[in-house]
Design a binder for this molecule. Structure first.
Ligand SMILES: [Zn+2]
Length: 892
């Protein structure tokens, strides 16, 4: 699976759009697992998760699904064939969450069955002996809140794009069919889906038949997956789709999108055939399945999901050519395709070994990048992926980890980029050819089966003849990575270069002192001198005899070690590194070291890299470094570097200019708005306007708010800039745009709009219109919009919404909506008290003023009467009025 957030970390080039809440998929399980955790203390064995028992061998699962797109429900039949493994078997327990079970029949006599909200338990009249084949057939219906999702016009999706899709990983298949929902069980499967004529149904394996049923008018589409796989990889997509087709050898390849998005499909599908060919060659094992389909769906719950033979992708990956290289589908397409071998052909036995799925998918995605874009791009990808987590706080969790509450917690940086890095180190130590042989043997030995880390270790040790126990122990079963402080000196008398290396990571039960090979390169006039040392101590000095003082010292020049390295060569060496066009890592590291240095030479060198480096990544990093330097000179360098042919660098320079508040930056943004054609770069320029409030920018933002663009990116950018300006004058136009042009916004864009609206109106005297608008969306069928509307009411701070928000907190079951309501209510209540106190105080002041006016009148009257009655004493100071005493008392 590719999480959207991770997609962004892993690849600077892929843009998956805003995050949709995958929380809706997992909320129930989170509760369930958290509840378990609450009863299992840390020192209890129940706290650690292991693969469960397999009492039966599941042989085959046949599903027959009839969706009702109007009611957003399904009717299903599941027939499960199985054999008891070792003992007579009497009670079948299947995972089945919120499935309404109608009947259970079996080849054996059923004594009784019971369905709870999480399980279906079937008790047979007599125990079934081992190795006897049996089957149960379950009729049920369901209105799934996870695992299976509808996208229909009633929910606000486009007419003509109606569809549904499923998502099984990690443990959500149980929400749409009864199953043994664990990865340690493989079986063959088939799905028959009954859909109205004109609709498409895609599932695992090969298409067996399509037949219209005269009675119902529905077309029964039957797919058969005749090689075993696990329950979380079972998938179904049904609805209106358009399709592209291609072939690799005799493997049919297809790419589906909802009809309204079909125009963009070729850009995302184009490389698939070549990619399958590359992976067959690189992995050494032919593509193992009957077909490969990719299906784009609306508001997918992740970036992509590698269901056996049919990956589901977010429609956010679709993009027009005008976005140039800012949005590319190939990293996501490669990632999911690699899973057909790693994850699907061999599958982690339990979620603690998830890195065997995700680490391989992430690493081979990088290897495809190398094949496509060259070695510099590959190294830059590795460098970026490491930077994404090297500074992760509290990083003391090993990759193989059993103390999770929900398996969904495992899908983090440890299994994706760090998993990929472990494989990269393994490949660096074995060499490419031996690594390839090991991987091939690992796959062949465990095909259609499950794996644990030791399976990989065993193959590597067997084929290399070397021990890798320590390697896996420190990198996979223990946490973190080396943090190295490296010092360098040269002794001219002995002609010895010295490197002092200290491992400074905090050691503990979970973080070891590392033992690893470290390549070192000294570049002398006579050429490079390559040496390799083994680092294993906390602190150690290494000496190298060289013919002369080196011009450059490069530690791990080819990026083979995952480590946080602090090595600062003197400026002349850095400058030499910057100029070395054969050493992209040297240049990247030198740019990072020059970042933030205010001297003229450093700024000039960065500017030169930004405009002249042959590799886009160095240009991009030089731009970032100039922003970090943040001097007038750095700004001038950026302003002089806006003309970049590579869209990625062009966008970066604009982004970095946005880090300065200057008239010249505003002028550059305006210039871009006139000259630029790439919508994503225009959006960047609109973002800069956010810091420059004024009538001119106001007019521009209003214009873009109502503009049309791919994915509505320009209007989205205008909304963000309006929010940044925090000007209540934007409330009315924003409200109007959201009301009138809802269909133009993506789900994420519309949700951001609601949040911005509440933010802008939070200090207004009258909030009625905004409150009413947000309240209307608290029942939006798009869950993300609903949650955001509820949360936005909290941000708006209008206490008149309390009663309405309160109703969402009364749901019996925990849900993201209930949690959003609870949080909004907390804010509203916290806001109420001071507001009311203020109002009370104000009323009191008004009352006092009134009282004062009346008293003054009384006093004047009294004074007049007094003067009238005692004219002779009229000049005397009057006695304090009794009312004044009363007032004093009140004030106390
Ligand atoms: Zn994945």
């Amino acid at each position: 699976m590719t999480a959207r957030t991770l997609g962004l970390i892993l690849s600077a080039t892929i843009s998956l759009g805003p995050l949709t809440g995958s929380a809706e998929t997992v909320s129930r399980e989170l509760r369930c697992y958290r509840a378990t955790a609450a009863f299992a203390p840390v020192d209890s064995s129940a706290h650690r998760k292991y693969a469960p028992d397999r009492e039966i061998d599941t042989l085959h699962l046949a599903l027959d699904i009839t969706p009702d797109f109007k009611a957003r429900t399904i009717k299903g039949q599941a027939k499960l064939s199985f054999k008891p493994i070792a003992k007579p078997f009497r009670e079948l327990r299947l995972d089945a969450v919120d499935l309404a079970i109608e009947s259970v029949t079996a080849t054996e006599k059923v004594q009784a069955w019971q369905a709870t909200d999480k399980k279906l338990i079937v008790t047979f009249a007599e125990a079934i002996p081992p190795d006897r084949e049996a089957s149960v057939t379950i009729q049920y219906h369901a209105e799934p809140t996870a695992g299976l999702y509808f996208r229909t016009p009633e929910m606000g999706y486009k007419e003509g794009d109606t569809h549904l899709f499923t998502q099984g990983e990690s443990i959500t298949s149980r929400h749409w069919f009864p199953c043994f929902d664990e990865p340690n069980e493989k079986f063959t499967s088939e799905i028959t889906c009954r859909v109205p004529e004109g609709m498409t149904a895609v599932s695992n394996g090969r298409l067996v038949s399509e037949a219209k049923d005269a009675a119902t008018g529905l077309v029964a589409v039957r797919w058969l997956q005749d090689k075993p796989h696990v329950s979380y990889l079972i998938a179904l997509v049904a609805g209106y789709f358009n399709k592209l087709e291609a072939k690799h050898r005799d493997v049919p390849l297809s790419f589906y999108t909802p009809p309204s998005a079909f125009k963009e499909a070729p850009n995302s599908f184009a490389e698939t055939a070549g990619m399958v060919a590359f992976f067959e060659e690189e992995i050494g094992v032919p593509y193992p399945w009957a077909k490969y389909a990719q299906v784009c769906v609306n508001d997918f719950v992740a970036g992509g999901m590698e269901n056996t033979t049919m990956t589901i992708l977010t429609d956010g990956t679709l993009h027009p050519a005008e976005t140039e290289n800012l949005r590319e589908s190939y990293p996501l397409v490669a990632h999911e395709l690699v899973h057909m071998w790693f994850g699907d052909l061999v599958t982690c036995k339990d979620w603690s070994h998830l890195w065997l799925n995700e680490g391989f998918a992430t690493y081979y995605e990088l290897l495809y990048d190398r094949h496509r874009n060259g070695r510099d791009s590959f190294l830059y990808g590795l460098y970026n992926s490491a930077r994404g987590f090297l500074d992760h706080p509290n990083d003391t969790q090993p990759i193989v980890y059993r103390e999770f509450n929900s398996p969904d917690e495992q899908f983090g940086f440890l299994v994706y980029p760090k998993g990929a890095w472990v494989l990269h180190m393994l490949r660096s130590q074995l060499g490419e050819e031996l690594f390839r042989r090991c991987v091939r043997a690992y796959l062949q030995r465990h095909e259609y089966d499950t794996v644990v880390t030791e399976d990989l270790n065993a193959v590597v040790e067997e084929l290399s003849g070397r021990s890798f126990d320590q390697f896996f122990d420190q990198w996979v079963y223990h946490a973190h990575q080396p943090e190295l402080e490296i010092g360098y000196s040269w002794d001219e008398q002995t002609r010895l270069a010295k490197l002092s290396i200290r491992q400074v990571q905090a050691l503990s039960d979970r973080v070891l002192l590392f033992n690893f090979p470290l390549p070192v390169r000294f570049v002398t006039a006579g050429g490079p001198v390559d040496r390799q040392i083994r680092v294993k101590e906390k602190a150690e000095d290494f000496h190298f005899a060289l013919p002369e003082a080196p011009k450059m010292v490069r530690v791990d020049p080819d990026l083979t070690l995952l480590a946080k390295v602090n090595f600062q060569p003197p400026p002349p060496m850095l400058h030499a590194q910057l100029a070395d066009t054969n050493d992209v890592m040297g240049r990247l590291l030198a740019v990072a070291q020059l970042s933030g240095r205010h001297d003229h030479e450093s700024v000039a060198k960065l500017k030169e890299r930004l405009n002249q480096d042959p590799f886009y990544g160095v240009r991009l990093e030089a731009s970032k470094a100039l922003r970090a330097t943040h001097t007038d000179e750095a700004l001038e360098a950026l302003l002089a570097s806006t003309k970049q042919s590579d869209a990625r660098v062009r966008r970066q320079v604009l982004d970095d200019l946005g880090g300065f508040y200057r008239e010249s930056v505003l002028a550059a943004a305006r210039q871009c708005l006139t000259n630029e054609h790439n919508p994503d770069i225009l959006a960047e320029a609109i973002g800069i306007l956010g810091a420059h409030a004024g009538p001119d920018t106001r007019e521009t933002l209003l214009r873009f708010l109502d503009s049309e663009s791919f994915g509505n990116v320009l209007a989205d950018a205008a909304v963000r800039a309006m929010r940044a300006q925090d000007d209540p004058a934007f409330i009315a136009p924003l409200l109007a745009a959201l009301e009138k042009r809802e269909a133009a916004f993506t789900t994420g864009g519309f949700a951001e709009g609601l949040a911005a609206l509440a933010h802008l109106a939070r200090n207004e005297e009258t909030k009625d219109q905004v409150r009413e608008f947000l309240l209307r969306h608290t029942n939006d069928k798009k869950k993300r919009v609903q949650r955001t509307a509820i949360a936005a009411l909290g941000a708006l701070g209008d206490t008149k919404a309390i009663a309405a928000v309160e109703t969402f907190t009364r749901a019996a079951k925990d849900s993201p909506e209930r949690r959003a309501a609870e949080e909004a209510l907390r804010k509203l209540r916290a806001g109420k008290k001071p507001v009311d106190e203020f109002r009370d105080l104000r009323n009191e002041v008004l009352g006092l003023q009134k009282e004062n006016r009346e008293l003054r009148k009384d006093f004047d009257d009294l004074k007049k009467k007094f003067t009238e009655l005692v004219p002779a004493r009229s000049a005397e100071k009057p006695k304090p009025a009794p009312a004044k005493l009363k007032r004093g008392k009140r004030a106390a």
